[in-house]
Design a protein around this ligand. Sequence first.
Ligand SMILES: Nc1ncnc2c1ncn2[C@@H]1O[C@H](COP(=O)(O)OP(=O)(O)OP(=O)(O)O)[C@@H](O)[C@H]1O
Length: 255
Amino acid sequence: MELQIEGVGHHYGPVEVLRDINLTVPTGQIVCLVGPSGCGKSTLLRLIGGLERPTRGRVLQLGDPPPDSLNPLTYIFQHFALLPWRTVAGNVRLVLEDHRVARAEMAAIVDDVLARTRLSEFADALPRQLSGGMKQRVAIARALAVRPAIMLMDEPLSALDAQTRELLMDDLVGLWTRQPFTAVYVTHNLAEAVRLGHRIVLLSRRPGRIHRILDIDLPLDQRHAGDPALESRQAELWDLMRDEARAADRELLDG
Ligand SMILES: Nc1ncnc2c1ncn2[C@@H]1O[C@H](COP(=O)(O)OP(=O)(O)OP(=O)(O)O)[C@@H](O)[C@H]1O
């Protein structure tokens, strides 16, 4: 399933947050949304996910989700929101319990997603026994369990320390390489965007407009921290963003 965002604009009361966004999210690709604070990245993600309706324009879903998809558009947030009294497997199972999934199939799905996120041996652990990175892997496993057509990821790594973030990026690359998924990935971290994005969409400050779209052809599993080619793409993005980011910060200060 592919997403096409056509002429999307959004206001909150008198405040114009997004203007004339035209964008395609192709099947099997990770599209990163970056841009200065308050430029409307999370708002755009919510509009894409149908949590809110855009004031203008539309978001089209082209093609069918996988036939066995239980939730075509599935979110992953910065805060993992795990139930502390449920085990890892229990937290993953939770999202299946609302659907009519037979018990044996449910067990098979949980086993599969825990294996894909390298959590099988922690199936019976409780969240308090896990590190932050592992908790976020549980959240990713939980999202995968409903077989989404598109994952909507809002700063999924920003609550983690730098080292854990690196490990999780490797995990996401491994996951995508073994079985490509489609994602829209909001981040303020440009290093993350150039590691994970097939396409990087830079928004201007509020009202967020598309300032630049950068496609990176290098396969995800060949991208490494410190790679000069990636660093130069990152520098290119930062050059474009710096003035906008400073102006956005000043506007925040001025209220
Ligand atoms: N429900 C809402 N009602 C009113 N204003 C809102 C609402 N949600 C967001 N905003 C405003 O819309 C603008 C864009 O917010 P949004 O969270 O989408 O930006 P962002 O780019 O994700 O920001 P950040 O990088 O700081 O997380 C901000 O000025 C914010 O205050």
